[in-house]
Design a protein. Structure first.
Length: 516
């Protein structure tokens, strides 16, 4: 705790007097070498030193003490207050005038220095808070930063109430019960601050009898909320500089909060625009890419209906196989579209369990047996390949899309190689082909939605919707891995992705994996 104000004042008077006494003692020691005017100047230096350290009252005492000691010790007759030479009265007057002038100038300089220091503290507090507010990740984090800085400026309890927390059904403020709102004076001051959009309460002209300060968080079109501060010592009032700092921090909180809300609204609007673009693109892709399989199905079905039993067993079989193949193609296309929506909207749910990678790969190869018939497929999986925590259905979809992509964009009879190995805490999986590859500089672009080989929208019978690789990226990232494309020496493309080997406890290993 600090000393009582009375003790502080006594120390100030004692200090000012001590400076004059030290200056007088120095003059007495050098009396033989100093003229009377030199003594007066040294005593004036003591007055200036006192003025540099103490307020007006102690300095006036120092001036009176300096003149009295000068008269008593250095003006004949010595050791008396009698003055035989009237010229010394002029000296006394000049000393008094010079001392008062120097005191005033020194006090002004000291006040300016104190004001500069207060401005520096004010600016430093605002800058530190603004820098932290700019780095806040969300609204709760921003409020915590603001409360901490306000509590540093005014030690005590700080609460920030948002508009939704205090606005009642009738549009008037509905204050919480208890805490700093438990007194009638505090609720009145808070209501004034809310209604008048001005600070009220402790240390403020309006509602000063309350033991808490209430300041509104204003925005250009209304209120964002209210800052409530209850100091540890309500008896101590804020100085003007301290009040400016606190209100500056409150205003900065309002600016940061409004900026955060505008950013969230902008992000929400951007998300809606992106979602609308995605819906439009998906509908466009759906209407375009379903046209070919629907036309094939319609033609085959019409032929079967128009000429029942006359086409011959082989022709009928071909038409039925065409209907089946095109139906499967439509199923894959619709599945990709639905998966794309799940990836883009962040609703892709990953249910991990420890699985052997061979099972997901085997199912994918079995489902694509017809599509891969013209491509020799080789797998290089070590016998000691560890189990990996994956969602088997999703990883199976990754293999389906990569293998179908390889079959679609590589010439017939070109090989497809699949390998996997542990590396740096992950399982590194590779699906490589010997096709034309991807143009240089487009290795990242192939994973963007609706990208087609060569950057153009292919419309042939084998064309896809341009979503398969985008879905692969979303699934792999949802597993905590990454997927990328590398050109192969000698031609072709190598798609590689990683699956982290860290996962849930091993008791989630399926029974089939344990038996194998």
């Amino acid at each position: 705790m600090g000393s009582p104000p009375g003790n502080i004042r006594l120390r100030e008077y004692a200090g000012a007097s001590a400076i004059i006494l030290v200056a007088t003692a120095l003059c007495l020691l050098l009396r033989a070498r100093l003229a009377t005017i030199d003594v007066a100047l040294l005593l004036l230096v003591g007055v200036v030193l006192a003025a540099a350290r103490y307020p007006r009252g102690p300095v006036l005492l120092a001036i009176a003490l300096a003149i009295a000691l000068f008269d008593f010790l250095f003006v004949p007759p010595y050791n008396t207050f009698s003055v035989l030479d009237p010229g010394y009265f002029l000296t006394f007057g000049v000393m008094l005038l010079v001392a008062l002038t120097l005191t005033r100038l020194t006090a002004r300089i000291r006040e300016q220095g104190e004001a500069a220091a207060e401005r520096e503290q004010h600016t430093a507090a605002l800058y530190a808070m603004d820098r932290e507010l700019a780095s806040a990740a969300d609204t709760p984090g921003l409020l915590r930063i603001a409360e901490r800085h306000l509590a540093h400026a005014v030690p005590g309890e700080v609460r920030i109430l948002l508009q939704d927390d205090i606005q009642g059904r009738d549009g008037r403020a509905a204050w919480p019960t208890g805490g700093m709102f438990d007194s009638a004076a505090a609720r009145v001051a808070a209501s004034w601050a809310y209604e008048l959009r001005e600070p009220a309460g402790w240390s403020m002209p309006r509602g000063g009898e309350a033991d808490a300060l209430f300041a509104p968080l204003k925005r250009h079109d209304g209120l964002l909320g209210m800052v409530a501060i209850r100091p540890q010592n309500p008896e101590r009032r804020l100085s003007e500089a301290e009040r400016d700092t606190v209100l500056g921090l409150v205003d900065l909180t309002g600016v940061g909060l409004e900026r955060r809300l505008l950013a969230e609204q902008s992000e929400h609007a951007r998300s809606e625009v992106e979602a609308e673009k995605l819906r439009t693109a998906l509908l466009s892709s759906l209407s375009h890419d379903l046209r070919t399989p629907l036309a094939s199905i319609e033609g085959a079905a019409s032929s079967l209906l128009e000429s029942p039993g006359t086409l011959g067993g082989e022709n009928e079989r071909e038409l039925l196989e065409s209907i089946l193949e095109e139906s499967r193609r439509m199923t894959r296309l619709v599945t990709n579209l639905l998966d794309m929506v799940r990836v883009e909207t962040g609703t892709l749910a990953v249910r991990k369990s420890w699985q052997p990678l061979e099972e997901a790969l085997g199912v994918a190869l079995l489902r694509l047996e017809d599509r891969l018939r013209g491509h020799p497929v080789t797998t290089k999986l070590p016998s000691d390949l560890p189990l990996v925590p994956i969602d088997e259905l999703l990883v199976e979809q990754v293999f389906l899309n990569l293998l179908e992509n390889a079959a679609r964009y590589t010439p017939p009879s070109t090989p497809i190689e699949i390998s996997a190995r542990p590396e740096n805490g992950c399982l590194l999986v590779e699906v490589a082909d010997r096709g034309p590859g991807v143009p240089a500089g487009e290795e990242r672009a192939v994973f963007e939605r609706f990208y087609r080989a060569g950057g153009t929208a292919s419309t042939g019978a084998g064309a896809g919707a341009g979503l398969g690789l985008t879905i692969c990226r979303g699934i792999v990232r949802a597993h905590g891995g990454e997927i990328w494309l590398e050109p192969r020496p000698g031609g072709g493309a190598s798609f590689r992705f990683t699956l982290p080997l860290a996962g849930p406890p091993l008791d989630t290993v399926p029974a089939e994996a344990e038996e194998s």
